[in-house]
Design a binder for this molecule. Structure first.
Ligand code: SF4
Length: 383
């Protein structure tokens, strides 16, 4: 398949791996945070870690929109579906994320709430048109990649004067999250999380471009390489990061040139700024309250804003204490550090968001990595 197979080529991978091994300085270590869950899954699915020298480490970041949504916002969505009796439309992964007391949208649906999985905002609009006597709320989550389609839906609802459609907006912003991580005591003062550079987001960058990362490359002196989601993209980006570290450079480089430009998708950016504005702060799972890290719907679209149309009263949200998702999302721990991993918590019975999402680190470890450290003989015995 064009633009896929050539980025999974075995011989090319061996060539890049040899260059990485040759250029990685054996007298130092390299710790690169991959912000996106898509990178985490590529690393595990294709065994990229196994092709790295022992001194090149991946630190998993918070780049999974399902994982970073705080429990309180999920509880709000459950309340919308149960208390207000709306048709709640959401993307598939959100259905199974456990909220307070393990209450999820799919459990609410099993108990009679009208929760529907959609593939796009257009699906949610269609449901609103087909059900004029019901209120339809789209539970919008995601980074900059999924924000433009939500903006399109809000503009369409305004143009059509849809009186029964609204959006529960939870769109968050990548650069503020990266800055927040770099300013955290674990990175800046305590040195618990070592970060020598970033594998920058790919899909997000197709919208915002490479330019927004220049601030923290300069300010925090961390190199950034925007990387595609295929295994060769990740490996080539690691090589570019190693070269920057070795040269003492802290620049923004773009490996994903087939999609990402410096300025990004200006049309999408204009659309987003017409419909949304910055929130002063937003709570992220794992990162806590992050200033100016999320969007809210502008007043012009207030009648399509579920937060203004419904009184959301969930006050006492609680996470499962032994779930290590918050530490994993900050790069402080790995999924295998969680004592629930693979025992109580599996994709079939997830305890935390990182095990549910298709981009979650725990799901990646479970699906591709849980037998990595076992000897072949043990694996054979297990079969
Ligand atoms: Fe949370 Fe499950 Fe991951 Fe543990 S394994 S951190 S309980 S999602």
């Amino acid at each position: 398949m064009k633009y896929v197979d050539e980025y999974r080529d075995r011989d090319l991978a061996r060539t890049v791996a040899a260059a990485i091994a040759a250029e990685a300085d054996p007298d130092r270590s390299y710790h690169f945070m991959e912000f996106c869950g898509g990178h985490t899954h590529a690393i595990f699915r294709y065994g990229v870690q196994d092709l790295m020298p022992e001194n090149v480490h991946f630190v998993h970041g918070p780049g999974c929109p399902v994982c970073v949504l705080p429990v309180a916002r999920l509880d709000d969505a459950v309340e919308l579906a149960e208390r207000y009796g709306v048709i709640l439309c959401t993307y598939g992964d959100m259905m199974r994320v456990p909220g307070t007391k393990q209450r999820s949208l799919i459990r609410a649906k099993a108990d009679g709430a009208d929760v529907r999985m959609v593939y796009s905002t257009a699906d949610a609009l269609r449901i609103a048109r087909e059900n004029p006597d019901r209120q339809v709320v789209f539970f919008a989550i995601g980074f900059e990649t999924t924000t433009p389609p939500t903006a399109v839906a809000l503009k369409a609802a305004e143009a059509e004067k849809l009186g029964n459609f609204s959006v529960f907006c939870n769109h968050v912003l990548t650069p503020s999250a990266i800055s927040h991580i770099l300013e955290s005591p674990e990175v800046r003062d305590l040195g618990i999380v070592k970060i020598d550079g970033f594998l920058g987001p790919s899909h997000v960058s197709s919208v915002i471009g490479s330019q927004p990362y220049e601030f923290f490359a300069e300010e925090f002196q961390k190199p950034v390489v925007i990387a595609g989601f295929e295994p060769l993209d990740v490996m080539q980006s690691v090589l570019m990061l190693i070269r920057q570290v070795n040269d003492g450079r802290c620049e923004v480089e773009n490996e994903y040139t087939r999609v990402v430009t410096e300025e990004g998708n200006v049309k999408a950016q204009t659309l987003v700024s017409e419909v949304f504005e910055l929130r002063k702060s937003f709570d992220w799972r794992g990162l806590g309250t992050v200033p100016y890290s999320a969007l809210r719907i502008r007043d012009r679209f207030a009648k399509f804003d579920a937060e203004k149309q419904f009184e959301l009263s969930v006050k006492a949200s609680r996470e499962v204490k032994s779930c290590e998702c918050p530490s994993i999302l900050r790069g402080v721990k790995k999924p295998t550090d969680c004592k629930l991993f693979g025992t109580v918590c599996t994709p079939q019975s997830p305890v935390g968001s990182c095990m549910v999402s298709s981009e979650g680190a725990c799901a990646a470890y479970w699906t591709y990595g849980r037998f990595r450290d076992q000897q072949p003989s043990k694996l054979e015995a297990a079969e």
